[in-house]
Design a protein around this ligand. Structure first.
Ligand code: SF4
Length: 528
């Protein structure tokens, strides 16, 4: 569905801001690829682009790929921006540049929806999801494309049902320049973890698209050239278990029809380990990765943050169960919790070894607006506004002790020997359990072979010859080569290189200790 009933034509420039350097965006892998420049196509802005009236010309620029140019701003009659808190400064920078051309600028997305007061310079604030606020915004612009005298705040009260969402305008994005493809089936999560803003922003009763919409989106992604990995950005893929079970047979059928052209990944709660009927179907649909917010191996801490559902199965057993269905677990970890003790870092490192999870995003606790954590810390007078810190939380342990412990965990967990040993474990105990899929015609095309050879050349040269951990790399790589397993060799080498590089820099203080922190250190870099 598109916006209806608007006659006047407006040219809209949609600009997605640069990400601040972050553990979860894999940027240190990009130079090893055949031209990847950004992480995932942004669902929200591409959705808005698809919703605009059919006769409105639209340009989409992801500033992670290239900055919006003078010509883009001169072409446009209005600019739309969307992003997360971590992109706050970059969004304000886009607004400043658009205003230099006297263009009205509208901002939507999760950050402004949670914190409208972060964005005083924007002309229009679009608070909430696609809905009546979107229609009001388009009507305003159709009536008058000049900048309003005062900021206009539009709030969505009546959301567009996800079953009426148009297919995001993937065709506007240069999809081949992204590390991963992205797709969304549901929004919202039934749980209420203390630190999380998802239930507050998107509700506890997940809203859904239909399986037919998802299949149409996969077809579109494929037409646009996406092959490889596609990430379901749903807050919790099993937030509505019945819906997941409804979708999976369609995904299985689609994968069979297209020759398993996509490797799928998603986010889900760890209690998915209690659902073999879902895991089996995910295996058949060729899901190969699940991001689980394990947060901490400490049961007391899980209880305190209202994440008891992580204890429905013992954590290590849950991880092993998921692995037994051929899916690697990626884990979110939080340090700086009120329950942390001086020995928490060591316990975490022991958990990393025992779980054999290669990729863990280890963050310092950050209180986000619209969360129970924020409300509690505000009452306790423990929120700190200081851009030189890596967290806005006044920890119970001394700040320096928490940050040092985080640095040590990053340094040790991602030592090349340890990381590659965990990947070797995954090869033997996870990847071996994946569905055996046929070699697809797509994989046999010259373009794909050339792509693989380009990445292998880069990996062999930059890691195997020039890299200071080449001995560890070759031990793993030679085994994979002997088994003819080029795909896992490439994917492990790419991700591992990012993790090793990022963790080394983080452990000497060059990166933020929270992917949610908006510490000014790097975020101040403008796009051009
Ligand atoms: S389970 Fe995940 S998405 Fe749901 S509230 Fe907890 S952290 Fe947020």
């Amino acid at each position: 569905m598109r916006a209806q009933g608007i006659e006047t034509v407006r040219r809209i420039l949609c600009v997605f801001p640069r990400y601040t350097s972050s553990f979860g965006t894999f940027e240190y892998s990009y130079p090893l690829t055949d031209g990847v420049q950004a992480f995932m196509p942004p669902q929200g802005l591409l959705l808005i682009a698809a919703y605009l009236p059919e006769n409105w010309p639209v340009r989409f620029i992801d500033e992670n790929i290239r900055p919006a140019s003078k010509e883009d701003f001169e072409w446009a009659e209005a600019v739309f921006v969307s992003g997360m808190h971590i992109q706050r400064q970059q969004m304000n920078d886009i607004c400043r540049r658009a205003h230099a051309f006297d263009l009205p600028v509208a901002i939507g997305g999760p950050s402004v929806s949670a914190c409208p007061d972060y964005y005083p310079s924007f002309d229009y604030l679009h608070v909430g999801e696609l809905g009546d606020a979107t229609d009001d915004l388009l009507a305003w612009l159709a009536r008058d494309p000049s900048r309003p005298a005062q900021q206009v705040v539009l709030k969505t009260n009546d959301r567009v049902a996800m079953t009426d969402f148009p297919i995001p305008a993937y065709e506007l994005a240069e999809v081949k320049k992204y590390f991963l493809g992205s797709i969304q089936y549901s929004s919202g999560c039934p749980y209420q973890c203390e630190f999380c803003d998802i239930p507050g922003l998107y509700g506890r009763n997940p809203r859904l698209k239909t399986p037919q919409q998802i299949i149409a989106e996969l077809d579109r992604l494929l037409e646009c050239g996406v092959t490889g990995s596609v990430y379901f950005v749903d807050d919790n893929f099993i937030g509505n278990r019945k819906a997941a079970l409804d979708l999976l047979p369609h995904l299985i059928e689609w994968q069979k029809k297209t020759g398993y052209v996509m490797r799928l990944a998603c986010e889900a709660t760890l209690n998915i380990a209690k659902r073999p009927e879902i895991l089996e179907k995910m295996r058949e649909a060729y899901f190969i990765t699940i991001f689980c917010g394990i947060e901490t191996p400490d049961p007391d801490a899980l209880k305190a943050m209202q994440k008891d559902h992580n204890m429905m199965v013992p954590i290590l057993e849950g991880v092993r169960t998921i692995n037994s269905y051929g899916m690697e677990v990626v884990s979110g970890i939080i340090m700086g919790l009120d329950t942390d003790k001086p020995e928490t870092g060591d316990a975490l490192l022991a958990f990393v070894d025992q779980s054999n999870i290669p990729l863990l995003t280890i963050n310092l606790l950050q209180a986000l607006p619209k969360t129970p954590l924020w409300d509690r810390l505000e009452k306790e007078n423990r929120l700190i506004e200081d851009d030189s810190r890596d967290s806005n939380v006044d920890f119970l342990l001394p700040y320096d002790q928490v940050v040092d412990s985080w640095k040590k965990c990053m340094e040790v967990a991602f030592e090349p020997e340890k990381l590659y040993a965990r990947y070797q474990h995954q090869v033997e105990f996870t990847y071996a359990n994946r569905l055996k899929v046929p070699v697809t015609p797509e994989q046999k095309t010259w373009a794909n072979i050339k792509r693989g050879l380009t990445m292998l050349r880069n990996i062999f040269w930059k890691i195997g010859v020039l890299g200071d951990y080449r001995r560890v790399f070759w031990k793993f790589a030679l085994q994979r080569l002997r088994h003819g397993d080029i795909e896992d060799l490439i994917s492990v080498a790419l991700v591992a290189h990012h993790l090793i590089t990022y963790a080394r820099l983080a452990s000497v203080g060059h990166h933020n200790a929270s992917n949610y922190s908006i510490r000014l250190r790097e975020a101040a870099v403008p796009a051009e």
